[in-house]
Design a protein around this ligand. Structure first.
Ligand code: PLP
Length: 477
C-alpha cells in the first residue's frame, strides 16, 4: 500500500513538471518555429506532443526532462509540423507502365501546357473578355476554333469532364424523351459512370435495343417512335465482346438517323486527335474520322489519349452545340481557367503532326519503341546499382513485359516493353512496395511473382536517380 502511494506521488510530481502550452509556444518563437510555421498549427501540435509525453511518463516510467530535451521534443515537433504542412496532393513516380493511370492523375501535361497554366494562374486573364471589343465573351472562344480545325467540325465546347459532357448532351437534347442505345453498349466505365444511370440522370428514357453480343440496324429502326430524341453510341472502353458479335456500321446508323431526322451522338471516351495506326496502335479511330461518318455530336476526355488536362470536349453540329451552351447544367459543369489554359496549349501542340508525339508525354510514352525502352531499363538498372553499390541482397534483372495504355483507351493493345525486376533478399515484395509508397516522393510499382517491377515507359528520365535513391533506402530494411 505504502509503495503504491509512493509511486503515485512520484508520478504526480513528475507530471507537475510538464510545462504549459504557452511556455512551449514562447520557446517555439525563440527557436524560430514561429513564424516559420503558423502559430495555431504549432500550438495544436505542441498540445498533441505534450499529451504523448504525458502518456509515456505514465506508462513507460520516463522522465519529463528527458522527453522534452533538445534531442527529442523539438526535432519531433519539427518533423510533425513539416509533415502536416507538406502538400497532400504531390508528385509521384509512376513505374507501373500504365500510361493513362486514372488513380495517378491520368495524363502528365507537356511543358507548353504547364507554362501556359503558370502564366495565367497568378493574375487576371481574358477568360470571358473580348479584348478587341472591350466586352464580355464566352470562355471557349479561345479553344473552339482549334477544336473545330482538329476535329473537322463546325462547333465545339468544353466542360469539366467527359462524364459531364455526356450528361449535358443528354439533358439538353433528350430530356423527357427517348434515347436509343444498344444492349452491347450499356457499360459501366468505372468511378460509377454507368450508361443506363447517366441516361436517367439526364432526365431521358432509355430504350435498349438488340442483344448483348449483337445489335442490328433494324433493332434501332424498330425502336424509333415519336418520343425518340437521339441515337446514342458508346465506346465500351476497357470492356470488350469477342466472338459472335456485331454492331451496325456507323455510316448506316447515321443514314438511319437522317431518315428519321435524329442525331447520332457518340461518347468516344478517349477521343484521339492523332492517327496512331502509324505507330502500330490500332482500334481507336480519330475524332475527325468519327465525325466524317456524319456523327452529329461526339464527346471525349481531355486527359486520356489527347494527353491534356481533365476536360470534357464536345464537338459537332452548331445548332446542337448551341443548345448545350445555353443549357443551365453547362454553368454547373463549366471548365476553369487553368484547365482552359492547359488545354489550349496542348491543342496547339497538335497543329504540327511532326512534333506532337515528342511534345505530349502521353503520346510519347504510348509510342516509345521497345529498343528505347530496353535502353531505359538498362539505364534505370545502372542508376539503381550506382546507389546500391555491390549489395548482394539486391537482385536485378531486365525482363520483356507488357505495359498498358490505361484509361479505357486502346484496351486490346499490349504494348511491348522491358522492365526492371527487383528483389531484396530478406524482405517481402509487399513490404518493399509499401515502403516505396510511403516516401515523401512516392514510387508506385507493380508486383509480379514476388518481384517489384519498374516499367521505364512511364518513368521520366529525371526520375531515374530518385528511384536509385529509393532502392538504397529499401536495403536498410
Ligand atoms: C473515360 C470515359 C468516360 C468518362 O470520362 P471522364 O473524362 O473521366 O469523365 C465516359 N465515357 C467513356 C466511354 C469513357 O471511356
Amino acid at each position: 500500500m505504502a509503495k503504491k502511494e509512493l509511486e503515485k506521488n512520484r508520478l504526480q510530481s513528475e507530471l507537475s513538471q510538464l510545462p504549459a502550452v504557452d511556455e512551449l509556444l514562447h520557446e517555439a518563437v525563440r527557436r524560430e518555429f514561429i513564424p516559420r510555421f503558423p502559430r495555431p498549427v504549432v500550438a495544436e501540435q505542441i498540445r498533441e506532443l505534450l499529451a504523448k509525453v504525458k502518456t509515456r511518463v505514465l506508462q513507460e516510467n520516463l522522465k519529463v526532462k528527458d522527453l522534452l530535451s533538445d534531442a527529442s521534443f523539438w526535432p519531433e515537433l519539427e518533423r510533425s509540423l513539416t509533415m502536416f504542412l507538406a502538400p497532400a496532393l504531390k508528385k509521384v513516380i509512376n513505374a507501373t507502365g500504365v500510361v493513362i493511370h486514372t488513380n495517378l492523375g491520368r495524363s502528365p501535361l507537356p511543358a507548353e501546357a504547364v507554362a501556359q497554366i503558370a502564366a495565367v494562374a497568378g493574375g487576371y486573364s481574358n477568360l470571358e473578355y473580348d479584348l478587341k471589343k472591350g466586352s464580355r465573351s464566352i470562355r471557349y472562344v479561345n479553344v473552339e476554333d482549334l477544336l473545330c480545325r482538329l476535329c473537322g467540325t463546325e462547333a465545339a465546347m468544353v466542360v469539366n469532364n467527359n462524364a459531364g459532357a455526356v450528361l449535358l448532351a443528354l439533358s439538353a437534347l433528350a430530356a423527357e424523351r427517348e434515347v436509343v442505345v444498344s444492349r452491347g453498349e450499356l457499360v459501366e466505365i468505372g468511378g460509377a459512370f454507368r450508361i443506363p444511370e447517366i441516361v436517367t440522370q439526364g432526365g431521358a428514357i432509355l430504350r435498349e435495343v438488340g442483344a448483348t453480343n449483337r445489335t442490328h440496324l433494324r433493332d434501332y429502326e424498330s425502336a424509333i417512335n415519336d418520343e425518340t430524341a437521339i441515337l446514342l453510341k458508346v465506346h465500351t472502353s476497357n470492356y470488350r465482346l469477342s466472338g459472335f458479335t456485331g454492331q451496325p456500321k456507323m455510316r448506316d446508323l447515321v443514314a438511319l438517323g437522317h431518315k428519321y431526322d435524329l442525331p447520332v451522338i457518340e461518347d468516344l471516351g478517349s477521343g484521339n486527335l492523332l492517327d496512331l495506326k502509324a505507330f502500330g496502335l490500332t482500334g481507336e479511330p480519330t475524332v475527325s474520322e468519327t465525325m466524317a461518318h456524319g456523327v452529329a455530336l461526339a464527346t471525349f476526355s481531355g486527359d486520356k489519349l489527347l494527353g491534356g488536362p481533365q476536360a470534357g470536349i464536345i464537338v459537332g453540329r452548331r445548332e446542337l452545340v448551341e443548345k448545350l451552351k445555353k443549357h443551365p447544367l453547362n454553368r454547373a459543369l463549366r471548365i476553369d481557367k487553368l484547365t482552359l489554359a492547359g488545354l489550349e496549349a496542348v491543342l496547339k501542340c497538335y497543329l504540327d503532326p511532326l512534333t506532337v508525339v515528342e511534345k505530349i508525354p502521353t503520346l510519347r510514352m504510348l509510342t516509345e519503341s521497345p529498343e528505347n525502352l530496353k535502353k531505359g531499363a538498362q539505364k534505370l538498372q545502372r542508376a539503381v546499382r550506382r546507389y546500391c553499390q555491390k549489395n548482394n541482397r539486391l537482385k536485378l534483372k531486365i525482363v520483356p513485359s507488357i505495359s498498358r495504355a490505361g484509361g479505357g483507351a486502346l484496351p486490346m493493345v499490349e504494348l511491348t516493353t522491358f522492365s526492371l525486376f527487383m528483389k531484396v533478399e530478406g524482405a517481402s515484395s509487399v513490404q518493399l512496395e509499401q515502403c516505396l509508397r510511403d516516401r515523401s516522393r512516392p514510387v508506385v510499382v507493380r508486383i509480379v511473382d514476388d518481384w517489384l517491377v519498374f516499367d521505364p515507359r512511364t518513368i521520366f528520365e529525371d526520375e531515374f536517380s530518385e528511384i536509385g535513391f529509393a532502392c538504397q533506402e529499401l536495403l536498410s530494411l
